[in-house]
Write a protein that binds this ligand. Sequence first.
Ligand SMILES: [Mg+2]
Length: 212
Amino acid sequence: MISDSVVFLLRTFRTFISPLRRKTSDYQVTQDRSQNTRGSATDMAGNLDPPTPRPELLVLDVDWTLWPFHTDMDVSPPFKKDSSGEVTDSRGKTIQPFPDVPRILDWLKGNGYTLALASRTWAPSDMERLLILLDWNKYFSYKEIYKGTKTKHFSKFTRDSGVPYSKMLFFDDEEVNIHEIGRIGVMCIFVTNGLNWNLLKEGLEKYAKERS
Ligand SMILES: [Mg+2]
């Protein structure tokens, strides 16, 4: 169990630590999406046919893959949701996922993909709270959210789901995770600017091509 004091210390020293990690301001929601080379030009929800074979388990990292911040560094609990559905942290900062992510989660679930979340955050209870406020738990059959190595998360996934590593597809923004999980036989897609339609399509097509 990660103590609250560790998280408190992390947040207290974020000024010193943050330069080592990306900050929310590094991510710009470009008004002109064409500037974002790996961004999504259009919403593909209506015209993307799931390539086959499909991964039997699609695993998503959370921080900097689904939303543009580190839960243990860049936002401050408690979080709240107002009557319009807007989620904010204690400083009034709006909690927003990357723009394509809500529709992507709907599309994946609607098309029958089995989804899992894997995060090494130091603030698992804060992340769990945000997942509740965003109403995202309905999308995920498996969640492993705790500090450590992602191989631990994945060994739990394969044990709980019965899906072998070779039939999983994983999206993550950290190279260390990509290398570590790639080594155990999971196909990994490196996320550079948040999960978006083009990257999802690229990943599903790569899986279909190389696992057929
Ligand atoms: Mg991440």
